[in-house]
Design a protein around this ligand. Sequence first.
Ligand SMILES: CC(=O)SCCNC(=O)CCNC(=O)[C@H](O)C(C)(C)COP(=O)(O)OP(=O)(O)OC[C@H]1O[C@@H](n2cnc3c(N)ncnc32)[C@H](O)[C@@H]1OP(=O)(O)O
Ligand SMILES: O=C([O-])CC(=O)C(=O)O
Length: 374
Amino acid sequence: MSAEATPTIYKGLAGVVVDTTAVSKVVPETNSLTYRGYAVQELAASCSFEQVAYLLWYGELPSDGQLAQFTQRERASRRLDRSAQAVLARTPDTCHPMDVVRTMISYLGTEDPDEDATDPAKLMAKAQRMFAILPTIVAADMRRRRGLDPIEPHHGLGYAENFLTMCFGEVPDPVIVRAFEKSMILYAEHSFNASTFSARVVTSTGSDMYSAVTAAIGALKGSLHGGANEAVMYDMIEIDTPDRARGWLTEKLDAKAKVMGFGHRVYKNGDSRVPTMYDALVDVSQHVGQDKWLKIYHELEDEMVSRTGIRPNLDFPTGPAYHLMGFDIGAFTPIFVMSRITGWTAHIMEQAASNALIRPLSAYNGPQQRSVPA
Ligand SMILES: CC(=O)SCCNC(=O)CCNC(=O)[C@H](O)C(C)(C)COP(=O)(O)OP(=O)(O)OC[C@H]1O[C@@H](n2cnc3c(N)ncnc32)[C@H](O)[C@@H]1OP(=O)(O)O
Ligand SMILES: O=C([O-])CC(=O)C(=O)O
């Protein structure tokens, strides 16, 4: 029997380039991230989330007239119809909120079926429908878990202010609104991360956009990806006081456990988005008058970097920032979905427009061929 040559295995597809994309560019060597050519730091400093969503979908920043039309459409599409409200009400409030978001996107797909999964205008309409409606779902789910009735979308308010009002009953201070909006811009897009790649795999089979987004939500939920923003906050709550942070970290590292909010598959010298989100965390901490989480942040970062050289990723500052803004921890990753829906759907449209079925190979390492016993 001739021994087969063992093929090279790219475990986790690490380092493998599988396709081109014009949506965003991550350059770890220069710590740079651009959306359609614009540095994410500049977008976070001077754009609204609606402008960035438009950029990701259409490839250019909108003119005033284009933005007005775009936001008008978004504001008109925020409401959940009665049957979708009923589906939401029937999901158990004991499940993770990401399960609710996943289920609701899947349900919205049943209301909006399309045989042709490649028509660009239809794909764009579906993307913008999910973008407009997700905040209503996330806010309503968070409130019902608090025993509160949902708050209807407010058509006079922009995306961020409307979402925050649907969560908390009033427009918060501009410091909070701006910090939240920055987080949305930073979370919007990041090339072929696991959830985006999942969406592209589903799209590559000719399946529909809701199916692709449902798969992406499932991938984002995991704690090695989007779920890390929640895990970071649970860890900080467990640590509780800054003086306990270094001991806690030592125990984790000695146990060979992964420390949530640190490390990245692509960035090995720090995440390009962290400085902007860190500044937003400082702004929120100062506004709320609570610096405990910031102190724990510093202790963990110092100890982790000096012991391992591994730096924080975006989920590290976002976790405590969302906590200080008043969100329940279970809503953190659903909020990430509200943002990443823009990047996911931009990639789905790109995949659909230039498709090849995504189907890698595997190297078999199970038993040799054998006969079924008689
Ligand atoms: C928005 C986002 O999705 S950002 C990512 C959010 N995820 C997290 O914060 C979860 C914690 N981080 C991790 O688990 C990892 O850093 C990942 C999954 C993000 C990236 O992992 P990979 O690229 O596969 O790196 P890999 O696991 O090979 O790590 C290389 C080495 O660094 C270590 N390492 C990497 N991240 C961490 C961490 N957070 N804590 C402890 N050790 C770590 C690994 O144990 C490994 O050590 P070894 O060579 O001694 O085995
Ligand atoms: O790029 C990745 O692998 C994970 C990430 O930071 C993101 O999706 O924002």
